[in-house]
Design a protein around this ligand. Structure first.
Ligand code: ZN
Ligand code: ZN
Length: 262
């Protein structure tokens, strides 16, 4: 059976009121004995009590509402000991603009993007070697230029003995490259310039090799012509039992003649 307010007897109404008063008394006692509330509770009037510099308003329902602290009073030493909440501690996510709750990217790369906005394609990691090659950078561009870029380390999956790989956030490497080259176009121009240089160097090397080849051919031709004029003067024959062959060496050149005897 459900009792409505109209049906409450006078005795049960006074019982409820007694319980409410009791709850209020317990609540106030708890507030006073709370370890952080060092100051004693002071009643200001029938509906307001003051603990330290904070006023609590009795709403009449057994609850106390906190009121604005009085500004002219010195603040509680307990309150000032707590670290102030700095806006920078929880920056906003660059994508959803909400304060970052958890962020792997911020923890590892100081990149302000929350975990729910993290995108495997957009927030790709790049090895240091790849970063230097792709963006035409030097070690110092990543490690010395302010601020040095953050990286994480991972065991090299292909070459365990090479030790750990440094992984950078590609977005940050690209940003750094733009700082250095000014624009993507300038970077591409530089890349072409370097490639041209490589091609020229390669052609030069090829020309040099060709020249060396020609010279060695000429000298071998010289050897053959002079060989025609040379008559070997053979030394004593030696017998190779294993192969059943005889050989003799020229005394004036390095020619060795090997032959069989029937
Ligand atoms: Zn986000
Ligand atoms: Zn000879």
């Amino acid at each position: 059976m459900i009792e409505s307010n109209e049906n409450l007897s006078e005795s049960s109404q006074s019982r409820i009121e007694r319980n409410r008063q009791k709850a209020l008394a317990i609540r106030q006692a708890k507030l006073v004995s709370h370890p952080n509330a060092k100051s004693t509770a002071v009643s200001i009037d029938k509906t307001t009590i003051k603990i330290g510099s904070t006023r609590y308003k009795d709403t009449g329902g057994g609850f106390l509402l906190e009121e604005e602290p009085e500004k002219d009073l010195p603040t509680d030493s307990e309150a000032t000991a707590e670290p102030p909440v700095v806006e920078d501690d929880r920056p906003n996510c660059v994508k959803c603009q909400k304060p970052i709750a958890t962020s792997w990217l911020f923890d590892n790369f100081l990149y302000k993007c929350c975990d729910s906005c993290k995108d495997p394609e957009e927030h790709k990691l790049i090895t240091k070697t790849e970063a230097l090659k792709t963006y035409l950078l030097k070690d110092i561009d990543l490690e010395k230029r302010e601020p040095p870029l953050k990286f994480i380390t991972k065991k090299n999956p292909h070459h365990v003995r090479w030790g750990e790989m440094k992984l950078y956030l590609q977005l940050q490497v690209e940003e750094r490259a733009l700082e250095i080259w000014g624009s993507k176009e300038a970077m591409e121009e530089e890349r072409l310039r370097r490639e041209d240089k490589r091609v020229i160097l390669k052609a030069k090397r090829y020309q040099k090799e060709l020249k060396e080849l020609r010279m060695s051919m000429r000298s071998s031709l010289y050897d053959r012509t002079s060989a025609a004029a040379h008559v070997h003067e053979f030394g004593p024959e030696t017998y190779n039992e294993e192969e059943d062959t005889y050989s003799r060496s020229c005394l004036t050149c390095s020619y060795v003649e090997t032959f069989e005897k029937m």
